[in-house]
Design a protein around this ligand. Structure first.
Ligand SMILES: Cc1cc2nc3c(=O)[nH]c(=O)nc-3n(C[C@H](O)[C@H](O)[C@H](O)COP(=O)(O)OP(=O)(O)OC[C@H]3O[C@@H](n4cnc5c(N)ncnc54)[C@H](O)[C@@H]3O)c2cc1C
Length: 524
C-alpha cells in the first residue's frame, strides 16, 4: 500500500464563452466548441452523450484509436459541483492506463507523502501510511473534468460540441423505440436549432440525472440520503492530509483537505427529504445536531461555514440497472450505475468501465456492422461486474453500517467495524485495498465483511460467553447479513461471483437492424 495514492480532483466555476480565464494567477483554457458542422462526416464512428468523467475519458481513448468521435455536452463551462473531488488510487491507475494521468496535473494540493486511509475517525484512523497522496500546489483551481474535456478535444479526430441531446434516433431518423437499433442522436446545438448526428455507435454517459436511463435500461433507483457540502477555511484537520469520517448520528460526516487552506465537509442527511433551506431549518439542523459532533478543532470553522458560507446540497443515488443493450448503443458511468458516494468510488468505476469497453472495441476495425459491434460488446455489462459490484457493495454496505441505529446489534456492528479497522495489519490493509480500488475483488469484500461481523461476535462472547452475548451475536450476524446480502442480490450473485456463468444479455434491436442491413445490401 505504500505507493498507493488518493488524488484530489478539484472543481471550479467558469464559462464556456470565455476563451480563457484567470483564476488566482492561473490561466484556465476553455474547451474549444466546434460549432461548425460543415466538415461533419455523414456518419460518425461514435457519438458520445455527455462530456463528464466517463464521456470525456472515453472520447479521448477512442480519439487515440483514430475513431471519428462527436462528443456532445450540454454545458461546456467548468462544472461547479461538489462531486468527484477525490480519485481513489485504483482510479488513478486506471486513468493512467487510459493515458490521461496528466489530467491530474495542475490540480491544487496533491502531495505524495505519508497519509492514512480515509480516516475512520480518530480511533480507527487506519494508520495505513502511504495511502493518501496529496500534492501541495498553487492556489489555483482547475477542474478535473475540464482537463479531461481538454484532453478529448486535443485529439484530432474528436469533435467536442456544446449540445443538449434530446433523443436517440432509429434507422428512419425518427425517435428511437425499444426493439430498434440506435443510429445516432438529435441534439439542440448552440444555435438553438435541432440537429441530427448519425453514428455507428452511440455511447450514453449523461450522468446521474440521465434522461436515457429508463429508455436503455430497467433501472432500480434508490435515494438513501443527501450530501450537504460546506467549505471550511483556514482550519487544520486533526490529522493533516488525512480524510476524516465522523461516525455521527444519524449518519456520517466527512472532512477532507482540498487545498492548503480549505477543507471540504460533506454532511450526510439520510432520507428523501431535506430540511428546508429557506426557512432556516437546514442551518438549524447543522448547528444544533451536527456541530456538537464535529471535533472541537473544526467546530468554529464548521459553524462559520454554515452561517456565512455557501451550503450546497446534492441528493445521493444508488442505481443498479439491467441494460437493454440495443444495437448501436451502450451506456457508461452514472447513467446506469451509481453507488453511495461515501467512499468516493464513482470515478474509479467509470474509468474501469471505460478501460474495459475500450479493450472490447479495440479489435473492431469499424463499428459499421452493428451486429459485430453488439457481439463484441455483449459481455460488457457482465464483465464489468466483479470490479463495479465490489466498489458499489463496499460503498452501500459501509454507508449502512456507518449510519446510527436504535438497534443494539447494529451498534455492535458499527463498533466492531471501527475496532476491526483499528487493529491494523491485514485488518485495515484489506479493506483499504478494496476502498482504494486497488484490489476490488468480491471475495475479499465478503470475507472482510463477515470477519468484521465475527470479530463483533467474538467481542460479545469475550471473556465469558453469556446467554445475552450469544443472542446479541446471533442478532449481529443477522443484521450483517441483512445489510450485505440484499446489496449483492441486487448486483446479481452470478454476475458478481461467477461472471462466466451469467447469461449474456439479449441484443435488442438486432433482428430489425440485421434485416435492414440485408435489405440495404440487396438494394446496393
Ligand atoms: C455528492 C457526490 C460526491 C461524489 N464524490 C466523488 C468522489 O469524491 N470521488 C469519486 O470518484 N466519485 C465521486 N462521486 C461520483 C462521481 O462524481 C461520478 O461517479 C462520476 O462523475 C460519473 O461520471 P459520468 O461521466 O457518468 O457522469 P458526469 O461526470 O456527471 O457527467 C455527465 C455529463 O453529461 C452531461 N449531460 C447530461 N445530460 C446531457 C444531455 N442530454 N446532452 C448532453 N450532455 C448531457 C452533463 O452535463 C455532464 O457533464 C460523487 C457523487 C456525488 C453525488
Amino acid at each position: 500500500m505504500s505507493r498507493s495514492s488518493m488524488v484530489r480532483t478539484r472543481s471550479a466555476t467558469g464559462t464556456a464563452a470565455e476563451p480563457e480565464r484567470e483564476d488566482k494567477g492561473m490561466v484556465l483554457p476553455a474547451v474549444p466548441s466546434a460549432d461548425d458542422r460543415s466538415s461533419d462526416p455523414e456518419v460518425w464512428d461514435m457519438v458520445i452523450v455527455g462530456a463528464g468523467v466517463a464521456g470525456a475519458a472515453f472520447a479521448y481513448q477512442q480519439g487515440c484509436s483514430g475513431r471519428r468521435v462527436l462528443l456532445l455536452e450540454r454545458d461546456l463551462s467548468q462544472p461547479d459541483r461538489i462531486v468527484g473531488e477525490l480519485l481513489q488510487p485504483g482510479g488513478y491507475l486506471l486513468l493512467k492506463r487510459l493515458g490521461l494521468a496528466h489530467c491530474c496535473d495542475g490540480i491544487d494540493a496533491q502531495k505524495a507523502g505519508a497519509g492514512a486511509g480515509p480516516g475512520f475517525g480518530r480511533r480507527g484512523a487506519g494508520r495505513v501510511h502511504g495511502y493518501c497522496m496529496f500534492k501541495e500546489g498553487r492556489e489555483a483551481k482547475v477542474a478535473f473534468v475540464q482537463n479531461l474535456r481538454q484532453a478529448a478535444a486535443s485529439q484530432p479526430t474528436v469533435t467536442v460540441r456544446q449540445g443538449y441531446v434530446r433523443r436517440l434516433l432509429n434507422e428512419d431518423s425518427g425517435e428511437w423505440e425499444e426493439g430498434q437499433a440506435v443510429t445516432g442522436v438529435c441534439y439542440k446545438g448552440g444555435d438553438g436549432q435541432d440537429h441530427d448526428a448519425h453514428a455507428h455507435l452511440t455511447i450514453v454517459c449523461d450522468g446521474m440525472y440521465s434522461s436515457f436511463r429508463r429508455k436503455l435500461a430497467v433501472p432500480d433507483v434508490h435515494h438513501p440520503s443527501f450530501f450537504i457540502g460546506l467549505l471550511l477555511k483556514d482550519c487544520p484537520l486533526p490529522y493533516s492530509n488525512y480524510g476524516h469520517v465522523i461516525l455521527g448520528k444519524p449518519s456520517p460526516v466527512l472532512f477532507y483537505p482540498i487545498s492548503a487552506t480549505e477543507v471540504r465537509c460533506l454532511v450526510d442527511y439520510p432520507g428523501e427529504k431535506l430540511p428546508s433551506v429557506s426557512s432556516g431549518e437546514l442551518e438549524w439542523y447543522l448547528l444544533d445536531t451536527v456541530a456538537p459532533q464535529v471535533p472541537p478543532q473544526l467546530r468554529t470553522a464548521f459553524e462559520a461555514a454554515v452561517k456565512h458560507g455557501r451550503i450546497r446540497c446534492m441528493q445521493n443515488k444508488q442505481v443498479t440497472s439491467q441494460p437493454l443493450h440495443p444495437a448501436g448503443a451502450l451506456m457508461l458511468g452514472d447513467a446506469f450505475n451509481m453507488r453511495h458516494p461515501l467512499t468516493g468510488g464513482g470515478m474509479t468505476v467509470a474509468f474501469s468501465d471505460t478501460n474495459l469497453l475500450c479493450d472490447m472495441l479495440r479489435p473492431l476495425p469499424t463499428f459499421a456492422n452493428k451486429l459485430a459491434t453488439s457481439r463484441a460488446t455483449s459481455t460488457f455489462y457482465v464483465r464489468r461486474k466483479p470490479v463495479s459490484a465490489t466498489i458499489n457493495t463496499l460503498a452501500n454496505a459501509l454507508y449502512k453500517v456507518f449510519c446510527a441505529s436504535d438497534s443494539r446489534a447494529h451498534e455492535e456492528m458499527r463498533q466492531a467495524c471501527f475496532d476491526y479497522l483499528a487493529l491494523g495489519g491485514m485488518y485495515s490493509t484489506g479493506p483499504v485495498s478494496l476502498l482504494s480500488g486497488l484490489n476490488p475483488r468480491p471475495s475479499v469484500l465478503v470475507m472482510h465483511f463477515f470477519m468484521v461481523a465475527l470479530y463483533g461476535v467474538g467481542r460479545l462472547l469475550w471473556p465469558r460467553p453469556t446467554l445475552r452475548g450469544v443472542w446479541l451475536g446471533v442478532l449481529l450476524l443477522y443484521s450483517a447479513a441483512c445489510i450485505i446480502l440484499p446489496i449483492i442480490w441486487k448486483e446479481g450473485i452470478r454476475a458478481v461471483f461467477f461472471p462466466f456463468l451469467a447469461p449474456r444479455p439479449r441484443l435488442a434491436g438486432m433482428q430489425r437492424s440485421a434485416a435492414a442491413a440485408a435489405a440495404a445490401a440487396k438494394e446496393a
